[in-house]
Every structure is written in structure tokens, then in C-alpha cells.
Design a protein around this ligand. Structure first.
Ligand code: FMN
Length: 401
């Protein structure tokens, strides 16, 4: 059969197939490290362990690696596009400025690579204008938990879990909500003297949509929490769970700290108390500080083990919602949140964050009442409906309604 396509079409159609990017490295006998960028890498066999790739017959680097007989495959991370380009060039010293250490076989492991696979050359065949190179694997390791670099339609990118991708489009739907409640958010932050955030959840994530007050201001040296994404797992988003979809609660409550017993029963009691009161209290300077540190240090993935550990400490304080009756007592309140009900039945939460560790009962009650008032105002503004039993702010706190 005669060919019915041009070279351009061949490239264009095959460009519809995404690949990862590896750099194949070796140190030749004169001690010089050499390498080339390869997209056509794949795993071939487990027993024996074989991998393969296809270097062009025009490559000047491949014949030197072939003569040496061993090499290391470096899987590039999503942040290593510049390295990918550098190793795809014809430069004489592609390793200029690159940090590396030797693999067990002596080939360069590039700093920041997601994984490396050390090989002996097993077989080389000529296929059209490329070689098929088969490597026998001697050693291999996942070197970092970063996401890999991807190459697709001539451009670079990174992997996005489909749940994350879904949440991107879900988030866009909240933009009008943010716009509508912004001035109330600012005024609550002002009245209570701390940061006030608006947050929502998707199936798997709790996402901070907007913020006002100290952390959110561009002048503040602390990074804004807006855009922060956390796993939607107890105790994150307790307010959303309390007034949210019942079918979500089981998954939300039972997902961490399984050894602590039946998470769901404990949570159902707390959630019903929270619904009667109208707000959720988070306490404890130490658990919150540990959670913040874990959030700062975590890697890309949502369920970072250190973060989950820190969350289970915050969870303990959440399960014990204090009564605010005592006039003398001080409270180490860290967060205080209320729900806002949207016209389509969804719930978002407005919350104060970073409150004083030694608040008087009076100050806590003031903030709680101010939030309850904001919940009513914002729900009305957005055309939502409050549950019939949603608490009314009391009149004794001097707030102008
Ligand atoms: C993302 C990407 C993937 C590549 N994949 C391959 C490949 O699979 N095979 C190949 O021969 N060249 C591939 N190249 C091109 C080579 O890296 C480049 O031609 C080579 O490094 C040229 O230098 P050399 O003469 O030192 O070998 C790729 C380049 C990029 C940017």
C-alpha cells in the first residue's frame, strides 16, 4: 500500500501521544559526563528487567554511550524543563552548572530527577532512522516525590489528577460567590481583628477561595492562604461537613485515624452540636502550629503523611467543642467558622483564622456572633436559604443588625 501522509502529518499525529522525558547519561572513559534528552523511553520486561529507548542515528552523543556500554536513565521532574532543553542541545558541555552524583554503575544521577534507572547496554538494533536500544537494569530508585515532566504536542506540562482537574472547573463556579461576599469578608476581618477566609470543597479537596485581613493583604510578609488546597478529610472543613451533603460525611469522617475507632459516630455528635450552635471552634496553639508547618513542608500530593498526622491532632481538639459560658476563662481559639448557604444548595464556609491564643470568653462570643450575622447576610445576598433551626445572633453583644 502506498503512503498517504506527509512527514509533517506523521509528526503531528504522533505528537498527540504524550510522553515523559528522560535524560540518558554516562561518563565516558576520559571522565567527561555526557547525556541526551529522550522521550521515546519505555519499560520492556520485568524478568529479565529490561527498558528501551530510540536514539536517532544522527545523534552524536549516543555512539559514545554505546561504546561505553552502560548508562543511567534520569526521569525529569516537572520543574526541570530547562535541563530537558539543555540536554537536547548539541552543546559540547551539556553538564555546565548541573549538579549530579554517580549511580552504582558510575553514570550521572541528575539532582532533582524523579527517578533513575541504571543499566548495562543489552542490545542495539537499527530501525529506520533510529536505533532501538535495550538496557538491562542493574539498579533503580525513586529519587523524589515531585511530579514528572510531560511532553505533549510540542510543549511541556505536568500531570494533573483528574479529581484536581475537575476541581479547577468546579472552582470557577465560585467566583461570583467570592465577588458577592467580599465586602462582608473584609468587614468581619476588620471587626474581629484577624484574617477571614472563604472556603469551599470539591469531592476530595478543601480550597480557600478568598481572604481578607492580615494574611491576605499584599503588604503582609506571610503568604496568603488563598488558593491553599487541603484534603477534604476530617477535621478540615468541619463547617462544610456539618451542613453539607450527608452522603459525603462518611467518607469525610472515616478517612484518617482509623485506629482511633469509629470516627463517624464521634463526628455525628459533634456535627449536630455544631448545627445547633451555628459555628465551629478550632482550638490549640500547638496542633495548629504543627498543621501549618506540615502544610508548608508538604509535597504535591494531597494526602501527605506528616500532614495527616498533624491533622489527627487538630481533630482531637475539634471533637471537643468548648462551651463559652465562663466569664473568667480564656480560650486558645485558633479558628471559628460559619456556613453560608448558596441558592443551589451548596455550602461554603466563612472562617476567622489565626485568632489570639488567650481570648476572653467575651471576645470569642463577639466573633462568633459577628460570624453568625455574616452567615445570614451572605446567605441572603446570594439568594440561599438558611435551615429553619439556624441560630439567630443574640442581641446582647452590641452588634448592629
Ligand atoms: C522532549 C524531547 C524528547 C526527545 N526525544 C528523543 C528521542 O526519543 N530520540 C532521539 O533521538 N532524540 C530525542 N530528542 C532530541 C535529542 O535530545 C537531541 O536531538 C539530541 O540530544 C541531540 O544531541 P546529540 O547530538 O548530542 O545527541 C528529544 C528532544 C526533546 C526536547
Amino acid at each position: 500500500m502506498t503512503r498517504s501522509f506527509t512527514s509533517e502529518q506523521f509528526r503531528q499525529v504522533l505528537g498527540q501521544y504524550p510522553t515523559g522525558v528522560v535524560v540518558v547519561t554516562a561518563v565516558i572513559p576520559d571522565g567527561q559526563p555526557i547525556a541526551l534528552t529522550i522521550g521515546s523511553f519505555s519499560s520492556v520486561s520485568l524478568e529479565p528487567p529490561l527498558v528501551a529507548f530510540y536514539p536517532s542515528i544522527g545523534s552524536s552523543t549516543w555512539p559514545k554511550i554505546q561504546a561505553h556500554g552502560r548508562f543511567c536513565i534520569n526521569v525529569l521532574g516537572a520543574g526541570q524543563e530547562a535541563l530537558c532543553r539543555a540536554f537536547a542541545s548539541k552543546a559540547s558541555d551539556k553538564f555546565d552548572g548541573v549538579t549530579w552524583r554517580p549511580s552504582p554503575g558510575g553514570s550521572p544521577i541528575i539532582e532533582g530527577a524523579v527517578a533513575w534507572i541504571d543499566c548495562d547496554l543489552d542490545d542495539v538494533q537499527t530501525l529506520g532512522d533510529h536505533f532501538l536500544v535495550v538496557g538491562r537494569v542493574n539498579a533503580l530508585e525513586t529519587a523524589s516525590r515531585d511530579l514528572p515532566l510531560l511532553f505533549f504536542r510540542g510543549g511541556y506540562g505536568r500531570f494533573l489528577h483528574s479529581s484536581l482537574a475537575a476541581s479547577e472547573s468546579a472552582l470557577a463556579g465560585y467566583l461570583p460567590v467570592v465577588e458577592a461576599v467580599r465586602s462582608e469578608l473584609e468587614s468581619v476581618a476588620d471587626d474581629c481583628g484577624t484574617e477571614c477566609n472563604l472556603a469551599a470543597h470539591t469531592r476530595d479537596e478543601f480550597i480557600v477561595l478568598a481572604g481578607a485581613g492580615s494574611q491576605a493583604s499584599p503588604q503582609s510578609s506571610a503568604p496568603t492562604r488563598v488558593g491553599r488546597r487541603l484534603p477534604y478529610l476530617a477535621p478540615i472543613g468541619t463547617t462544610l461537613a456539618a451542613w453539607g451533603d450527608e452522603s459525603d460525611i462518611k467518607r469525610w469522617a472515616a478517612s484518617i485515624d482509623r485506629e482511633a475507632g469509629d470516627g463517624l459516630t464521634q463526628w455525628l455528635d459533634v456535627l449536630s452540636l455544631v448545627r445547633r450552635r451555628g459555628y465551629v471552634i478550632g482550638r490549640g496553639e500547638t496542633p495548629y502550629a504543627a498543621m501549618e508547618e506540615a502544610i508548608d513542608k508538604r509535597r504535591d500530593e494531597l494526602a501527605d503523611p506528616t500532614l495527616l498526622g498533624a491533622l489527627s491532632e487538630v481533630r482531637k481538639t475539634m471533637l471537643d467543642q468548648p462551651s463559652l459560658d465562663s466569664a473568667e476563662e480564656t480560650y486558645d481559639i485558633r479558628s471559628l467558622s460559619v456556613p453560608i448557604f448558596l441558592a443551589d444548595g451548596r455550602v461554603v464556609q466563612m472562617g476567622l483564622y489565626g485568632l489570639q491564643a488567650d481570648m476572653s470568653g467575651e471576645a470569642v462570643r463577639f466573633c462568633a456572633q459577628r460570624l453568625l450575622q455574616a452567615a445570614r447576610r451572605c446567605t441572603a445576598l446570594l439568594g440561599g436559604t438558611l435551615p429553619e433551626d439556624f441560630p439567630r445572633p443574640t442581641d446582647s453583644d452590641g452588634i448592629d443588625r
